[in-house]
Design a protein around this ligand. Structure first.
Ligand code: ADP
Length: 268
């Protein structure tokens, strides 16, 4: 197994809402606590860790005791604004148990378009990492818009996590989802679906195997994860997609164990 997987200096970890929220809408404290433990331990080992976290709307719904996602964009933005503050509160509490400082970074796509903005973000992230702080990144839902002449949305956090990996030149991107990896078909619909252990190239045939999300909180489904993986492969990076039900799986990945789906070019 190559050094980028078993001994990366800098790692971006992306968690989906399904890792943070139970299907009944309540907060999965066990999972968040384990995540704080694992990321702090990696930091203690001398690695640099960046967390890209979804979950603002899920946590906001729980906080406001709403049973379903509101329909209008302003309502969703309001719920996300409530949820983002609460989510950071929960992260801060859990990380504090392990004496690990975190920081919140909210981004819009401007960081891709405008060099000044991009440099500011890179400088802030580099300084936080130098200070031994774990940045926790999410899209700035209040500001992001999706218009032809002014596109500031990333679309989804799978995309955002690849952009963060590129900006910070992270050696490894680990995506934690509610499924063991990328299958030949959606395993929730097709029991015969087989887990892909290693993907070196993403072509149309593979894209056809990726379906949408089955979860009320999920957004991109597998197709947005594959598009993200393609971008990682295009810049010769490494990505592992694995099940976030047990965040300690990150230790297994770094030990080179056969878990999840590894996206890595032919070169090793
Ligand atoms: P997250 O919230 O972690 O981003 P999503 O719900 O967006 O997760 O995406 C994961 C879901 O994608 C799985 O639970 C599964 O139902 C669905 N899916 C569709 N096609 C596939 C596939 N080929 N392999 C694995 N999962 C798939």
């Amino acid at each position: 197994m190559c050094k980028e997987i078993t001994d990366p200096k800098r790692i971006v970890i992306k968690v989906g809402t399904t890792t943070l929220i139970y299907p009944n809408g309540n907060i999965n404290l066990a999972s968040i606590d384990e995540l704080a433990f694992v990321l702090t331990d990696l930091q203690n080992q001398g690695k640099e860790v960046i967390l890209v976290s979804s979950g603002a709307i899920g946590v906001g719904l729980n906080q406001l005791q709403l049973s379903q996602r509101p329909f209008s964009i302003p309502e969703q933005q309001a719920v996300a604004a409530v949820g983002q503050a609460e989510l950071m509160d929960i992260y801060n509490q859990r990380f504090q148990v392990y004496s690990q400082q975190t920081a919140q970074i909210l981004l819009t796509r401007d960081i891709v378009e405008y060099p000044e903005s991009r440099n500011n973000v890179i400088n802030t992230l580099e300084e936080l990492l130098r200070m031994g702080i774990i940045p926790i990144i999410n899209e700035n839902d209040t500001v992001a818009v999706d218009e032809l002449d002014h596109l500031t949305k990333f679309g989804d956090n799978d995309r955002l996590s690849t952009i963060v990996s590129e900006l910070t030149r992270a050696e490894l991107l680990i995506m934690l989802s509610d499924i063991d990896g990328f299958y030949s078909d959606n395993p929730l619909k097709n029991k015969q679906a087989k887990l892909h252990r290693r993907i070196t190239k993403i072509d149309d045939e593979l894209m056809k195997q990726a379906g949408g999300s089955n979860n009320q909180f999920g957004t991109g489904g597998m197709s947005s994860k594959l598009k993200a993986a393609k971008r990682v492969l295009d810049v010769n990076g490494s990505m592992v997609l694995a099940n976030g039900k047990r965040p300690k799986i990150i230790f297994d990945i770094l030990k080179g164990a056969e878990v999840g789906t590894l996206f890595k070019g032919e070169s090793f």
